[in-house]
Design a protein around this ligand. Structure first.
Ligand code: F6P
Length: 568
């Protein structure tokens, strides 16, 4: 396919379009009655099992999707990514998050340089620093051990680390390693988030990690200045050196902020923000909390999937199959959303993280060559852990709109609980739902079945489930640091596969810029109105009226701002 050809103009795309009608003729009930089909839609790698037999897809669909992958040059694109080519063309950067978890002796080039030694220099520095903090050999300005960490960052400098932290919290090994320590995340520029995150903390025992790829993000920098003030007003300005460290690619701005370059942990422009959890962005705060050896296992899990993605034939390649099925659901069956439903409370922050990875990566309107797309790319991602989601939005999924679902289950609970005289263990109870829901969605319940159950006829339409609602199931053996790394990498690569097929740039994010620049204009106006009483001008009548109302109703905010930190 010539690079400027849109994927929707290729023969395999057209064939898939024509194929939709064929597939729609069969209900999932019928598709699932073919055991051979079902068996061939199960793939296993490194303990993780994927069952995609509940997709509205036949073996022919899979063949056609593999042809689409071929015409989209998927293999070449994956190779280009792993070879450090500048596939993020609008930012002229390579995309090498795989290098962040590559074994020490591997060679991965970016711009003619093997980047793996640089990666390991930073990892070694994190290991050493986190051991100093955790052992108490590095103490705060008043000689006390630093037991608590607040990581300041937003977007990719927050969501991935929060997901991994939440997932590890109840893992027995991680729990033991974190005893007596706290890790908190301050992301929102809302002062309430500052208040919530410093409440109960003592600056004397707190280490603040500022995490920002650019070190210019407005929210992060204001939060960083706020916590610098919190530390220096309590302990004096010289305490900042002992209580604040940074993770960034912009070492100049970090130094300007007042952080000792020795206490700065670098990463590189070939790491996209939302793909940065395996860089110092995640590894530093997580190692401070859990110890480097636990986090190294997380990196190893991700690396295992990296190798699988690179070398496994597509028919058995988990991220590739998942990516192709997403494209099938979005672009051919016309289902724009996807529900991420982990049956594990430890994965409660997985969907919010994947929302950013997926929607910031693939929410694009033009091809990588800048041609407007005549089809919609990207997926609307949302999710909650089961069973909570069942009591929230599953009604819509069962009887309302069709939302392809990812069911993610875990064989061994991090925290098994059994009660004498109960029918099953607590984890079996949870997993009963994990196994039941996909079949409920697929099979549904017919009016005939309801009539046989003597359901009053006026209730039959309300109790009917049309079924034929696609899902897939991922079963993890357990949820330790290694498995969490695997899960992360499967989704990262799946999302890249989708972008490669759609022919978009999944690694830039220009869509976040306009809102940022308009906020700058508003910020200037708020300052001018509060300090010089200037009227609101230069906005449309709606924004003018809203701003005027806001300014009038908050006239008690002092014009000349004194310092005020949270009062709770
Ligand atoms: O939301 C836009 C964005 O640029 C994300 O891509 C990024 O993860 C986030 O802001 C934070 O950026 P930084 O790490 O540079 O502060």
């Amino acid at each position: 396919m010539a690079s400027s050809t849109l994927i929707c103009d290729t023969q395999p795309w057209k064939e898939l379009k024509d194929h939709v009608e064929d597939v729609k003729k069969s209900h999932l009930r019928d598709l699932l009655s073919d055991d051979e089909r079902s068996r061939s839609m199960v793939v296993e790698f490194d303990g993780i099992l994927l069952d995609y037999s509940r997709q509205q897809a036949t073996l022919e669909t899979r063949e056609k999707l593999l042809k689409l992958a071929e015409v989209a040059s998927l293999k070449q694109k994956i190779n280009q990514m792993y070879n450090g080519e500048h596939i993020n063309s609008t930012e002229n950067r390579s995309v090498l998050h795989v290098a962040l978890r590559a074994p020490r002796d591997s060679v991965i080039q970016s711009d003619g340089k093997n980047v793996v030694p640089d990666v390991w220099n930073v990892l070694d520095k994190i290991r050493e620093f986190s051991e100093q903090i955790r052992s108490g050999s590095w103490v705060g300005a008043t000689g006390k051990e630093l037991k608590d960490v607040v990581a300041i960052g937003i977007g990719g400098s927050f969501l991935g680390p929060l997901f991994v932290h939440t997932a590890l919290q109840t893992d027995p090994e991680a729990f033991e390693s974190a005893r007596g320590r706290q890790l908190r995340f301050l992301a929102n520029v809302d002062p309430i988030d500052v208040a919530r995150n410093i409440t109960g903390l003592n600056p004397e025992t707190t280490l603040v990690v500022i995490v920002s790829k650019t070190f210019t993000t407005a929210e992060t920098m204001l939060n960083a200045r706020t916590l610098r003030e919190w530390i220096s007003s309590a302990l004096g300005p010289s305490a900042v050196a002992k209580h604040m460290v940074a993770v960034s690619t912009n070492l100049t701005l970090v130094e300007k902020f007042g952080i000792d370059p020795n206490n700065t942990f670098a990463f590189w422009d070939w790491v996209g923000g939302r793909y940065s959890v395996c860089s110092a962005v995640g590894v530093l705060p997580l190692s401070l909390q859990y110890g480097f050896s636990v986090i190294e296992k997380f990196l190893k899990g991700a690396s295992s999937i990296d190798q699988h993605m690179y070398s496994e034939p597509f028919e058995r390649n988990l991220p590739v199959l998942l990516g192709l099925l997403s494209v099938w659901n979005v672009s051919f069956l016309g289902y724009p959303a996807r529900a991420i439903l982990p049956y594990s409370q430890a994965l409660e922050k997985f969907a919010p993280h994947i929302q950013q990875v997926s929607m910031e990566s693939n929410g694009k309107g033009v091809s990588i060559d800048g041609v407007p797309l005549p089809f919609e790319a990207g997926e609307i991602d949302f999710g909650e852990p089961g069973t909570n989601g069942q009591h929230s939005f599953y009604q819509l999924i069962h009887q309302g709109r069709i939302i392809p679902c990812d069911f993610i289950g875990v064989v061994k609970s991090q925290q098994p609980v059994y009660l004498k005289d109960e029918v099953v263990s607590n984890h079996d109870e949870l997993m009963s739902n994990f196994f039941a829901q996909p079949d409920a969605l697929a099979y549904g319940k017919t009016p005939e079945q309801l009539q046989k159950e003597n359901v009053p006829s006026h209730l039959v339409p309300h109790k009917t489930f049309s079924g034929n609602r696609p899902s897939l199931s991922l079963l993890l053996p357990s949820l330790n640091a290694y498995n969490i790394g695997q899960l992360l990498a499967i989704y990262e690569h799946r999302i890249a596969v989708e972008g490669f097929i759609w022919g978009i740039n999944s690694f830039d994010q220009w869509g976040v810029e306009l809102g940022k620049s308009l906020a700058t204009q508003v910020r200037k106006q708020l300052n001018a109105s509060r300090t010089k009483g200037e009227p609101v001008q230069g906005f449309n009548s709606s924004t003018t009226a809203l701003l005027t109302r806001y300014l009038q109703a908050s006239a008690d905010v002092p014009a000349d701002l004194p310092t005020r930190l949270p009062q709770i």
